[in-house]
Design a protein around this ligand. Structure first.
Ligand code: ZN
Length: 227
């Protein structure tokens, strides 16, 4: 169902959001109206025109089926030298045709004729005319155009600011400022100010080793103190 929906709106995908939603709404509304008239054209009796050929085919092929025995809801059917078990309670057959499609296979059809029951009892309800009508019984209500909509007084909403971005990872602030030759970032400026203080004449730059030697030399007795 999703694939069908996507296939119908391929041409709408590249439109603006308002136009896209509006055209999807109209598409769904039209579809429901068309589908409600569908059973009159395409349904023969209780089922659609694609189901009846399968039922007729199963009926024609059921001539070689023979009911061997019955135990409760389970029937043993012999067809072409092969034995099949049809369980009416579980709605299953050994050929798996009835299980997978919900449409009777030839083995089930043979049992249906034997029991003299109606075909509607053996076809899954999803194929029934009434199920189809129930699916499309509701539709979208007609909607007035935007000229008749209530005005919302919140001002005009501007579109977001258009920013030019380059592909790839965003560069760091420091790299960007160095490349552009512009002012350094705030962090870089702080480091530079600190470096200037250390590098001034009153505070010559010192490594950790120099500072340790200087501290040790201050602790040593001078010649004046020894005298
Ligand atoms: Zn079968």
């Amino acid at each position: 169902m999703c694939e069908v929906f996507n296939g119908n709106m391929i041409s709408l995908r590249y439109k603006a959001i308002y136009t896209l939603l509006e055209e999807i709404r109209v598409m769904v509304m039209r579809r429901h109206v068309e589908r409600r008239a569908y059973p009159e054209k395409k349904f023969k009796g209780s089922f659609g025109d694609r189901i009846w050929p399968k039922i007729v085919s199963a009926g024609n092929a059921s001539g070689d089926c023979h009911i061997v025995a019955r135990e409760g809801d389970a029937y043993e059917v012999l067809s072409g030298g092969v034995r099949y078990v049809v369980n009416l309670g579980r709605r299953s057959c050994s050929c798996r045709g009835w299980n997978l499609t919900g449409i009777p296979c030839k083995h089930v059809y043979r049992i249906m004729v034997h029991r003299k029951e109606e075909i509607e009892e053996y076809v899954h309800p999803c194929y029934h005319r009434q199920t189809f009508l129930d699916t499309y019984q509701y539709s979208l209500k007609p909607v007035e155009g935007d000229r008749f909509w209530e005005k919302a007084f919140h001002g005009v909403i501007d579109p977001p600011e258009l920013r030019k971005t380059n592909p790839g990872r965003k560069k760091k602030e420091g790299c960007k400022s160095r490349e552009n030759g512009g002012a350094p970032s705030e962090t870089r400026a702080k480091v530079q100010r600190g470096a200037f203080v250390l590098a001034s004449s009153d505070n010559p730059p010192q490594s950790v080793a120099d500072k340790a030697i200087a501290d040790y030399s201050q602790q040593l007795p001078t010649q004046e103190s020894q005298a």
